[in-house]
Write a protein that binds this ligand. Structure first.
Ligand code: MLT
Length: 261
């Protein structure tokens, strides 16, 4: 166990703004309290909302071939294909990637195969890691509470945040979410003297502090925000920026994401 100067356990938080670094964690002996995968617009928010509305599981895939392979193995009555390319629903799929589509009526009891441009690829990579969670603004307190609980009970002391970004590049909304989550952890831990952060985490907090008073408007002005608005999905941004009405922690079971119990 590592102890900070005040005798309190020292927490290390690392953030990564693009997803491909994740693979390096397969080879090392990292066993953090939590890995958190982030895709605010929109796959991560959609995944959280689907589980909240009673989906049995969300199975992330990288492309339609993989989606169809899994779809053909599962019982047709209890599986739905969801996802997008260029933000639009994929032809032949039951659902797009708008969180608003993932209502209780549609998803209750179903396995959802999720195929999106950036988010589902990151989440798929995360399936291979223990304690890989999905974080979004709509379940931020649940994620924060999971981490705080584990700080008390685990020998480990590290949290690693992965942004899915936008086509292999940085995206503001994912980085700002990381800043918001770390800010919340700092508040709950009553100070940051016992938290060690990498530069990306410090940058994420700074970005969050710059934009926290107009988060919604700022998100609408970002690259992906503008594209979603052009495609008619402004309501999804409004939905995805709401804080904390979904008390679920999606966790990987090696094949899919389910609610942590
Ligand atoms: C993605 O995974 O790239 C996104 O969720 C894109 C979107 O549908 O907004």
């Amino acid at each position: 166990m590592i102890w900070g100067s005040s005798g309190v356990k020292l927490l290390t938080i690392e953030s990564y703004f693009i997803p491909f670094i994740l693979e390096k964690f397969y080879e090392t002996n990292h066993n953090p309290i939590a890995f958190v995968g982030v895709d605010i617009l929109r796959a991560g928010t959609t995944l959280c909302y689907a589980l909240h509305n009673g989906a049995k599981e969300v199975i992330p895939v990288v492309d339609s071939n993989e989606a169809m392979l899994i779809y053909n193995r599962l019982d047709r009555e209890s599986v739905l294909l969801g996802g997008e390319r260029n933000c639009k629903k994929i032809e032949g799929y039951h659902l797009g990637n708008s969180p608003l589509e993932y209502t209780l009526e549609k998803v209750y009891g179903k396995s959802i195969i999720l195929n999106t441009t950036n988010g589902s690829a990151l989440f798929k990579m995360g399936l291979g890691l223990k304690n890989f969670l999905i974080g979004s603004f709509i379940n931020i307190s649940a994620i924060c509470d999971f981490i705080l609980q584990r700080i008390k009970t685990d020998e480990n002391n590290k949290v690693i945040l992965f942004c899915s970004g936008n086509n292999s590049a940085f995206s503001f909304e994912d980085a700002i979410f990381c800043g918001c989550l770390v800010d919340l952890l700092i508040q709950k831990l009553k100070g940051k003297e016992n938290i060690k952060m990498n530069d990306a985490t410090i940058a994420a907090i700074q970005l969050y502090n710059i934009h926290k008073n107009n988060l919604l408007e700022f998100t609408k002005s970002t690259e992906h925000g503008r594209f979603l608005i052009e495609q008619g999905f402004e309501k999804d941004i409004d939905f995805s920026l709401q804080s904390d009405f979904v008390p679920v922690v999606p966790i990987s079971n090696g094949f899919s994401f389910v609610i942590y119990k």
